[in-house]
Design a protein around this ligand. Structure first.
Ligand code: ASP
Length: 592
């Protein structure tokens, strides 16, 4: 192997243009491919910026030509020579007008044949690619994503710095800060039987930074949540975390709007129309069946509770009778795609998420009307439903009835998304941002029959709801807000409680005894006794933000070293067993 000694790199492969013709250049990189045509050898050399063609021809000394012919894919080279205009140009790549006529070639590292080809449209399965993530990451598309992620992080730091925020690092080994998920725990060696938790977010430290008087905090913070992974989750993820003092909700929202506008401009080259649209939680549920509706398409719900209550169809009337709801949507032009068979599949999906079924009306192009429930209804009732749905020839109306309003709405919300996918109604390239405000403060957890905080217990209730805290929990709304992009929750935040008495009252309502509250959160309520400024903030999921801005399908496309769905990492093989000695030091005995 040769060394770099005395070699001078003058630029990156992807940056040469016709303006450089005639200049001498030195570049380093990996061999994408080589073509040996006897007296001519061409090598495509790749680095993080792109590809440059290296040319060796009759004018090259025979040893150089021979050496060039010996390199294989993924060899690491340092080459120098003169940039010249190509005889046959390649418009497909930015450097396609030029090539490097090589006079010096150093082979810095040989390479075995990689387990998969380093190309964008690599079909090798993901587990193999993650096992060799350093090779997977060489693919241009991932290089581009990680570089853009860096750019987004840089814009973030600049934006918040310009707005008076300072970056404060909060600890990784902390007392558990519950945000509604399971903690990753770290056993303490020095304090046998005790544990640190890895932060689910820096929530309490950022609030304490406000009590400490830092006024505006931000951090690109790593957060850990030990949850069963879904497609859009990772056990560790990155959050743009921020907190501001002496602000109300409008201040936080307008700061974030400025941030999003900046990102749109600098990353996508687009103007973001401000202010960002807002919906209350209730409106979002009523109209779209979700607290993170995808507004790239319409398909709003209609309400037939009044017709259902009086009609002869028991499924409808009993749903309304027991305090529930009957709601529907109109799939415009869905007649062909939503055949009876396809509607059966949608019905199965609804059952899979706890629903009872799906009622439907299909309006044929020829004026025919068929329905799963018309025999229970009068003609006037059917006509009224079709009119409320705004349905015309060629449309399909889908209706859900459930004894609980939110169940009916969220089931129909899932149908709305699925229908949009099937009818190809979701425009690519559209970015629909949306604020959801006025979240309920409490969420009822059926499993444990308790009330939990929908956002987190440090969120302030709306002032006008304080009087209902003890008496009517369903009425209490919070000073909480979420930012949604294309149906994905990008971030959430709130104005916080700063009154120690109110904070204790909330802990009690969430089922914490005074002692427990003091033991777990006494440091926070104590801090509030020493002068706490009103404050609020947000956490913006950086991984999701990058994924959305770059229009990637998976978080794994924007995280350099992600984990698989089962939370393992095939490259290093973690999680892994550890030596007995390490366990002994940590006072850990395996369960018998
Ligand atoms: N800590 C919250 C979260 O991680 C964000 C916030 O309220 O600022 O979702």
């Amino acid at each position: 192997m040769e060394t770099l000694s005395g070699f001078r790199r003058t630029g990156y492969c992807g940056e040469f243009t016709i303006a450089d013709a005639g200049r001498s250049a030195g570049v380093c990189g990996w061999v994408q491919r080589s073509r040996n045509m006897g007296s001519l050898v061409f090598i495509d050399l790749r680095d993080r910026t792109g590809i440059l063609q290296l040319a060796f021809d009759e004018s090259s000394p025979p040893e150089l030509l021979q050496k060039a012919a010996s390199v294989r894919s993924e060899y690491v080279l340092a080459v120098s020579g003169t940039i010249r205009e190509r005889a046959s140009k390649n418009p497909a790549i930015p450097t396609g007008d030029v090539e490097l006529a090589v006079t010096e070639l150093r082979i810095l590292s040989a390479a075995e044949t990689p387990p998969f080809e380093i190309v964008d449209n690599c079909l090798t399965n993901e587990t193999t690619r993650l096992k060799y993530r350093y090779l997977d990451l060489r693919r241009p598309v991932l290089q581009k994503n990680i570089l853009l992620r860096h750019k987004i992080a840089k814009i973030t730091r600049d934006y918040f710095d310009e707005n008076g925020f300072i970056e404060i690092e909060t600890p990784m080994l902390i007392k558990s800060t519950p945000e509604g998920a399971r903690d990753f725990l770290v056993p303490s060696r020095l304090h046998p039987g005790t544990f640190y938790a890895l932060p689910q977010s820096p929530q309490l430290y950022k609030q304490l930074s406000m009590v400490a008087g830092f006024d505006r905090y931000m951090q690109i913070a790593r957060c850990f949540r030990d949850e069963d992974l879904r497609a859009d989750r990772q056990p560790e993820f990155t959050q743009i975390d921020l907190e501001m003092s002496f602000v109300e909700m409008e201040d936080v929202l307008s700061l974030i709007e400025g941030f999003m506008a900046r990102l749109f401009k600098e990353v996508l080259g687009r103007e973001l129309q401000l202010p960002i649209r807002r919906l209350t939680y209730r409106d979002a549920m009523e109209r779209f069946g979700s607290d993170k509706p995808d507004l790239r398409f319409g398909m709003e719900f209609f309400n037939i509770d009044d017709i259902a209550a009086k009609c002869g169809f028991g499924v409808f009337s009993s749903a309304v009778g027991s305090g529930g709801a009957v709601r529907g949507l109109c799939a415009k032009g869905g007649f062909k795609a939503l055949s009876r068979k396809e509607i059966d599949k949608l019905t199965e999906m609804v059952r899979g998420i706890g629903g009872k079924g799906l009622a439907w009306i299909r309006l044929g192009e020829d004026g025919s009307v068929s329905s799963s429930f018309s025999k229970f209804m009068t003609e006037e009732e059917m006509a009224e439903i079709i009119s409320r749905a705004g349905a015309e020839k060629g449309d399909v109306v889908l209706i859900i009835a459930d004894g609980k309003i939110n169940n009916a709405l969220s089931q129909l919300g899932a149908v709305r998304l699925e229908v949009a996918r099937r009818l190809d109604m979701i425009p690519k390239n559209k970015m629909e941002l949306l604020w959801i405000v006025e979240f309920p403060f409490f969420d009822y957890d059926q499993e444990t029959d308790t009330f939990v905080a929908m956002h987190h217990p440090f969120t302030a209730p709306l002032d006008e709801c304080l009087e209902y805290l003890e008496t009517d929990k369903a009425k209490v709304r919070a000073k909480a807000y979420d930012l949604v992009l294309n149906g994905i929750e990008l971030s959430s935040g709130s104005i916080r409680i700063t009154d120690p008495v109110l904070q204790k009252r909330i802990f009690a309502l969430l089922g914490l005894s005074d002692e427990e509250a003091q033991r777990k959160f006494g440091f926070l309520t104590d801090a509030f006794r020493y002068g706490a400024p009103p404050h609020g903030g947000m956490g913006i999921g950086l991984d999701r933000l990058v994924m959305q801005l770059l229009e990637c399908d998976s978080l794994r496309d924007v995280i350099a070293f992600p984990k698989l769905k089962d939370a393992s990492e095939p490259m290093t093989g973690c999680p892994d067993t550890v030596d007995q000695l390490q366990l002994d030091e940590l006072h850990i005995k395996p369960a018998e």
